[in-house]
Design a protein around this ligand. Structure first.
Ligand code: PHE
Length: 344
């Protein structure tokens, strides 16, 4: 019964190998070893035709049975291996519902907007209203009504971006001062306003100059307003904005729409007043132009300069933000770089 023993050994061997198979590739190799074209069981089945009928029937039956059993064993094992692979993938990719979530960061206001709102709050608490004016302005409001006639050399202080056609006399406002005139035309004094807004200059850019930047205009008009009132208000503003006492000084200057005129400097916060590159080694930072409203401006809006007096100022919002956050280049505000903006 040589054949029967052979079949028995084949069965034992095949089943042992199937049991040990670690992956589908190995299983495939086993399939070919036993059931492939030249497989061991296949060869036995082929050799049957050489046998006598009686033997052939008996052994043929056994061999075919073995073929079925091994096929079945391989199929089962393949299922198990596939299941194992699926489980591994699942383990790797599965969603851990207990893991901490990824934070979705909300956006926030631009630093200049934050500074503008803070300054507005401080002024509102002192009785000032917040007023706005147009960015496209007429020559009249930007210059003439502010006591800067055509051909006057003072026009050169403001490098103006004129809009075409030039004969319409339209321009991008070079400062927020025209809103002084616009407001006083419609609103009789006494009055206290601030005017935050964007202004434009036809200038080359550098660390402290931009073609557009922000100003906050201030105007207070009443019967009996002096520079002392102005000084007190600015000191209060700085104290609250910078959250500490700030030394300021008034320096004589010239603007056509104020008389007398001065500029306001504050101690440079970058060096504490010792002198550094930010303040050109002077220890002071120029923060605004200011002065007492010129009689001609009152006249331009139909007010009698004998009845009213007041102060006006134009403060650089960007400067204020640069001092507050110790930023050394104004262009950073307009670059849209998130690495910069995310710090505020
Ligand atoms: N408008 C002036 C400027 O842009 C600043 C200023 C405003 C000066 C009000 C005096 C009074 O330079």
């Amino acid at each position: 019964m040589e054949y029967m023993v052979k079949l028995k050994l084949l069965k034992k061997g095949a089943q042992k190998e199937i049991k040990k198979a670690k992956d589908l590739k190995e299983l495939d190799r086993i399939f070919r070893k036993y059931l492939g074209k030249r497989g061991k069981i296949t060869q036995i089945l082929r050799s049957l035709k050489k046998l006598k009928k009686e033997k052939r029937v008996k052994i043929g039956k056994e061999a075919n049975l073995l073929k079925k059993i091994i096929e079945e064993n391989i199929r089962e094992k393949a299922e198990k291996l596939k299941e194992k692979v699926r489980a591994e993938i699942f383990k790797k990719e599965r969603i851990d519902v207990t893991a901490p979530g990824k934070k979705v960061l909300p956006g926030h206001l631009h630093p200049l907007t934050q500074v503008q709102r803070r300054v507005e709050e401080i002024f509102q608490s002192m009785g000032f209203s917040v007023i706005e004016g147009p960015e496209i302005e007429t020559e009249w409001y930007n210059f003439d009504a502010l006591n800067i006639p055509k051909e006057h050399p003072a026009r050169d202080f403001w490098d103006t971006l004129w809009l075409k056609p030039k004969n319409q006399k339209l321009l991008l406002r070079t400062h927020t001062s025209p809103v002084q005139v616009r407001y006083m035309e419609k609103n009789p004094p006494p009055l206290r306003i601030i005017v935050p807004g964007r202004v434009f200059r036809h200038e080359a850019t550098d660390a402290s100059h931009e073609v557009n930047f922000y100003q906050i205009e201030g105007l207070m008009v009443d019967k009996d307003i002096s520079i002392a009132n102005f000084k007190a208000i600015i000191q209060k503003l700085f104290k609250r904005f910078f959250e500490k006492s700030i030394k300021i000084r008034l320096r004589p200057s010239y603007f056509p729409f104020t008389e007398p005129s001065f500029e306001v400097d504050m101690t440079c916060l970058t060096c504490g007043g010792k002198g550094c590159s930010a303040c050109q080694r002077t220890g002071w930072m120029e923060m605004m132009g200011a002065g007492m409203v010129h009689p001609n401006v009152f006249k331009a809006v139909g007010l009698n300069p004998r009845d009213w007096q007041g102060f006006a100022f134009g403060m650089g919002l960007d400067r204020l933000a640069m001092m507050r956050y110790k930023i050394n280049d104004i262009r950073l505000f307009y670059g849209g770089d998130l690495r910069f903006l995310k710090q505020f």
